[in-house]
Design a protein around this ligand. Sequence first.
Ligand SMILES: Nc1ncnc2c1ncn2[C@@H]1O[C@H](COP(=O)(O)OP(=O)(O)O)[C@@H](O)[C@H]1O
Ligand SMILES: [Mg+2]
Length: 268
Amino acid sequence: MAIKIAVANQKGGVGKTTTAVNLADALKHFNYKVLFIDLDPQHNSTSTYGAVIEDENTIVDVLKKDCTAKEAIQETPLGDIIAGDDLLSTEESYFNSQKARERILRTQLKTVEDDYDFIVMDTPPNLGIYMVNALTAADGCIIPIKAEQYAIDGLGLLIQTVNEVIELLNEDLRIYGVLLTCYDARNGLDVGIKEALPEVGNQKGFKTFNTQIRVSQDVKKSQAIRDSIDDEGNVVVSNRSLFDNFKGSNAAVDYVNFTKEVLEVING
Ligand SMILES: Nc1ncnc2c1ncn2[C@@H]1O[C@H](COP(=O)(O)OP(=O)(O)O)[C@@H](O)[C@H]1O
Ligand SMILES: [Mg+2]
C-alpha cells in the first residue's frame, strides 16, 4: 500500500510545491512508483507537470465523487498526477457543507493506493479543508520553511492543526520533519535560524531534517514552462525534472539527500 506524504505549511512561498515536486521526482529516480496530487487552487505543480485542467478530470471531480481517483490520473513526462484546479477555490464552501468532509480524499485514494509506492500531496497556503483532507489521508507530513522569524512563529499554529488532525481524524499521522528551503549559508540570519530550529523542534515536538535545500537558480529554471509545438500542431510537453536537466545543481543534490532522509524516517 502506498505511503502517503502531505507537504504542508499555511504560509505561501516557503517551498511546498518545489519540495513536493522534487520529492516525488527523487522517489521516482529511486525506482519507486509515485502518484502526485495537487490540492492547491493555484495548481503550480500541475503546471510544472504539464498536466491539463480543462476537459480532464481533476482533484475537484475526485473530491465531488464525480469520478474515481484512478479516472483522474494523468501520465506526464514528470510522472503520474491528479491535477489541481482553480475550481477548488470556488467549491470550498460546497465541500465545507459535506458530511465527513475531512475524509473525502482518504476514502477516494483507497482505489489507487495499491498501484503506487508513494502518494505525494501538495497543499494550499492555508489551514482549510484541502489541507485537512491531505493530513487526514496522509501517513506523514513534511513542513518546508524559509529561514525567517515569521516562519518559525507560524510553526506553532501548524503543529497545533496537525495535532488536532491526529487527535480527531487520523491517529497514524506523523510529522516526518521540518525542512529548511532556499538556504543561503553566507547569510547570517539563515545560519542562525538553522541552528535554532532543532531546539524549537524539541519544544514543539518535531524533527528537523539534517539536509537544508540550498537556494539555486536552477530550481526556477526547472519550473519555467517550455512547451513546444510539433509539425502536426500538437503541444509537446518537455521534461521538467530538476534531476534530469540540472543534475549537479545544489538544489538537486540537496533534494536527493533530503529524500534519503525521508526514507530513513519512514523506515526507521
Ligand atoms: N531552493 C530554491 N532555490 C531558489 N528558489 C526557490 C527554491 N525553492 C523554491 N524557490 C522559489 O521560491 C518560490 C516559492 O516556492 P514554492 O515552491 O512555489 O512555494 P509554495 O508552494 O510554498 O508557495 C518559487 O518562485 C520557487 O521557484
Ligand atoms: Mg505551492
